[in-house]
Design a protein around this ligand. Sequence first.
Ligand SMILES: C[S@@+](CC[C@H](N)C(=O)[O-])C[C@H]1O[C@@H](n2cnc3c(N)ncnc32)[C@H](O)[C@@H]1O
Length: 217
Amino acid sequence: MKLSSRLDTIKNKVTDHYDHIWDCCCDHGQLGVGLLASHPKSVIHFVDVVDELMIDLESQLQKHASAIQSQWQVHCMDVAKLPLIKGKKNLIIIAGVGGDLLIELVRSIQLRNSDIELEFILCPVLHNYMVRCELIEMGFGLISETLVKENKRFYEVLHISNQAAKPIAPVGNDMWNLSDSDHQEYLNKTVSHYQRMEANPKCTSRVSEQYQELVGK
Ligand SMILES: C[S@@+](CC[C@H](N)C(=O)[O-])C[C@H]1O[C@@H](n2cnc3c(N)ncnc32)[C@H](O)[C@@H]1O
């Protein structure tokens, strides 16, 4: 099955070998299924809280198991309690959930696994500025970042690790190509969004100005 441009961007960031790849909040497991073919030497873990989804996914995977060489496991559970495999290389992917929930999940995984290398690919729905600020506060560094447009919506894909030395920028840095009209559109929309929020007299932060400064760079 062909992946959407957002899920394809995430999949293309998985270039290294990982012993375990966790497709968190996987829904029907589209991304993980794509990874089964491209990463036959990894164990692909499908994780979601919804029972029916996981039962259906497990039976689909079993049906096609002969065509799939890789190992896989299905977990019906809260991603906050992810059972990472210590002593092995884990990659955790969380995509398609709101920024607040995404940060809650990353924070919980970090608290439970403070002693190991943590590498994530994250793609929140909205609230990218807040997500980036929280990740900076948690001590993560950047591996790469990409802006992707899908069905007229924009998504930021962040590949981060607690071992990466490169700082994460609150408004993004490497992902911007302001000669691209899509990127200009996303920047304009983001500036307008924060200007509307900052029109509230109770709001003291000036996030829109930080985005506007990108134009002069
Ligand atoms: C919109 S889908 C995202 C699917 C896919 N990751 C994507 O990016 O297209 C969001 C999924 O997150 C799951 N979910 C929400 N909170 C969760 C949690 N705490 N633990 C595990 N799954 C969760 C929901 O059940 C739902 O299937």
